[in-house]
Design a protein around this ligand. Structure first.
Ligand SMILES: Cc1cc2nc3c(=O)[nH]c(=O)nc-3n(C[C@H](O)[C@H](O)[C@H](O)COP(=O)(O)OP(=O)(O)OC[C@H]3O[C@@H](n4cnc5c(N)ncnc54)[C@H](O)[C@@H]3O)c2cc1C
Ligand SMILES: *[C@@H]1O[C@H](CO)[C@@H](O)[C@H](O)[C@H]1NC(C)=O
Ligand SMILES: *[C@@H]1O[C@H](CO)[C@@H](O)[C@H](O)[C@H]1NC(C)=O
Length: 535
């Protein structure tokens, strides 16, 4: 079907979609040197980062009467981790999603409450297809096609038990542990590579890290609060964008629908330093410009905060730094390959069980009646440390490894397999604008730490993004903590997490500005043991 093809000239699509945003590129306020002097160049709010959190923060401020803001974004378009890419040989190219690709959870069947990402996708007519993650799946190992569907079903069941038993722990106020501990206590201990690959599909492929690296409780909440209507989540429906304009269109079109002036967006502006005080914020850009504001909402990824790409002056307080470095960034790498023709599985997905855990385990066929038929596109996903490993290799070496695996999966075709016509993957961990794919919650990360990741500093500097999205503990606490009407149990790691945080933090800042009181969010000065060590 032709509509799946990307527009041949991507420049046109950018202009169509982001119109005045691109025209607005040289927004150049005069450089300022004196910090405290009030001046007309001072902006009310600087929104740092133009991803989902930043854009929804902007919309929320504007709805509250604050239109004096600037979204400061390093890239030349808005969208952040909604990163579309044109891929394929000349004349046979498609729009692929290097970052977020699915609306994860659509709406709650009991309350009708919608995932706002689904709402926006409908509003801006994103073309999607429902993915059958646990529908038909073909299974392989190094000897070719091997049926380990039974192990795969067992792993799915094990994951369900992991989630259910986490709930029991919460009710009994038991301490957190790693998801590995949880699996082991439930007797789910993979003993061969078929079982390991099956577990990997259920766990690492969702969280971008291993069960050893991940909190048992938090991984379970992330699942239920996203996919389980009974637990106040949305639904287990995953809608994949196959829109030739790119999945990013839902947020770019939304931005265009409310932004009032080109001056509200500054593209191609890389932040190097954020200087803050009780009086305001000064942001220094890589090109030497300085921006001043009363308030700033920083939406850079947790990975960016963990690295040294952006300097805070003064250094962030100890409680903030401890929190930032106690949370983790998962990595999730989709490796795209195009072949002249399809020679692989007819199902949507396939599982390859290597002797090494996570070595090119999860495969998806985009050349499928449900997605991009006749595209010749195949995707293999790797995660966590394995992602970091391939990011350090040249493309040619990774391609050779991937083809080696395919030859093992299809031994009869090992000699006749066609050469790929295109090969591509994004290095999320090395990318200084992201430093990973999405945040993940380690077992040693306490809820107080998360409070501190989210907390503002000095009343002037605020933080929002998927990583700050808060889990709420129990229904009462949830209602008490929920400040905005639309706020739901949030989904750290997902697009909706970024959306809700952009909205909620902007409401706080709008309250400060509109004089309804600027109390700021709580933080925990020192995170201590509930009981002293006694060894
Ligand atoms: C590979 C991958 C797959 C994913 N799949 C899904 C999915 O299917 N469904 C789902 O719901 N979620 C998915 N996610 C997660 C989702 O993309 C994120 O949760 C969400 O996009 C985060 O939005 P944000 O606004 O918090 O951060 P970001 O999108 O990271 O926005 C921050 C912005 O800040 C900019 N920036 C960073 N540093 C600087 C600087 N120094 N100066 C200026 N600008 C800077 C960045 O360019 C970026 O635009 C996926 C993510 C990845 C990476
Ligand atoms: C910054 O805050 C001061 C004090 O509240 C206010 O007078 C001023 O108008 C604000 N600046 C901008 C640009 O809104
Ligand atoms: C694989 O094995 C399962 C039982 O373990 C069986 O139900 C299924 O039909 C088999 N699939 C194929 C393609 O042989």
């Amino acid at each position: 079907m032709l509509p799946h093809r990307s527009l041949p000239i991507t420049g046109i699509s950018i202009i169509l979609l982001a119109g005045f945003l691109v025209d607005s590129l040289p927004v150049t306020p005069a450089p300022q040197t004196v910090f405290t002097l009030p001046s007309p160049e001072r902006t009310q709010v600087l929104i740092l980062g133009g991803g989902v959190a930043g854009i929804i923060a902007a919309r929320t401020l504007q709805e509250r009467g604050v239109s004096d803001f600037i979204i400061v974004e390093a890239r030349t378009e808005l969208g952040g981790r909604l990163l579309s890419h044109t891929f394929g040989e000349a004349g046979r190219d498609y729009t692929i999603e290097l970052g977020a690709n699915w609306v994860q959870g659509t709406y709650n069947k009991d309350t009708g409450r919608e995932n706002p990402i689904w709402t926006l996708s409908k509003k801006h007519r994103i073309e999607t297809r429902e993915s059958a993650f646990f529908g038909g799946i073909d299974t392989y190992d190094e000897t070719g096609r091997v049926n380990f569907t039974a192990e795969f079903k067992q792993a799915e069941e094990n994951y369900d038990r992991l989630v259910t038993n986490a709930d029991v722990r919460v009710k009994e106020h038991l301490v957190d542990a790693t998801a590995r501990t949880g699996y082991s206590l439930l007797g789910a201990q993979p003993t061969n590579h078929h079982e390991v690959a099956s577990e990997y599909y259920n766990f690492d492929w969702e969280f971008g890290q291993s069960p050893e690296e991940t909190s048992w409780l938090a991984s379970s909440w992330a699942t239920t609060h996203t996919f389980d209507s009974d637990a106040d989540g949305f639904s287990d429906v995953n809608l994949m964008s196959v829109d030739p304009r790119g999945f990013k269109t839902f947020i770019q079109a939304e931005a265009q629908s409310f932004l009032q002036s080109p001056k509200q967006v500054m593209l191609g502006a890389t932040v190097r330093e954020i200087a803050y005080s009780s009086d305001g914020v000064q942001v220094h850009l890589a090109d030497g410009r300085t921006l001043k504001a009363n308030y700033s909402i920083c939406t850079f990824s947790l990975g960016v905060l963990q690295h040294k790409d952006v300097v805070f002056t003064p250094a962030l307080p100890d409680w903030k730094q401890e929190a930032i470095h106690s949370m983790a960034m998962g990595v999730y790498t989709k490796i795209f390959i195009q072949f002249p023709y399809k020679f692989w599985f007819e199902t949507e997905s396939a599982l390859y069980a290597d002797r090494e855990r996570g070595r090119y385990t999860v495969w998806h066929s985009l050349d499928h009646p449900n997605y991009l038929p006749d595209s010749g596109l195949l995707v293999v996903t790797v995660t966590g440390d394995f992602s970091k490993r391939i990011e350090s290799l040249p493309d040619a070496e990774v391609q050779a490894e991937v083809l080696g695996v395919l030859r093992k999966m299809y031994p009869a075709q090992a000699e006749t397999m066609p050469e790929p016509t295109a090969f591509y993957f994004h290095r999320w961990f090395r990318d200084p604008l992201f430093r990973g794919a999405f945040s993940n919650w380690p077992a040693s990360f306490l809820s107080e730490h998360h409070t501190n990741v989210r907390a503002n500093v000095e009343e002037r500097l605020w933080f929002a993004g998927e990583a700050t999205s808060k889990f709420y503990f129990g229904e009462d606490a949830y209602i008490q903590l929920s400040r905005s009407a639309e706020l739901t149990r949030c989904s750290q790691g997902y697009l909706q997490g970024a959306y809700f945080e952009g909205m909620d933090i902007a409401l706080e800042v709008a309250n400060c500005i509109n004089g309804n009181g600027c109390v700021g969010l709580e933080h925990v000065e020192k995170v201590r043991n509930a009981r002293p060590y006694n060894i």
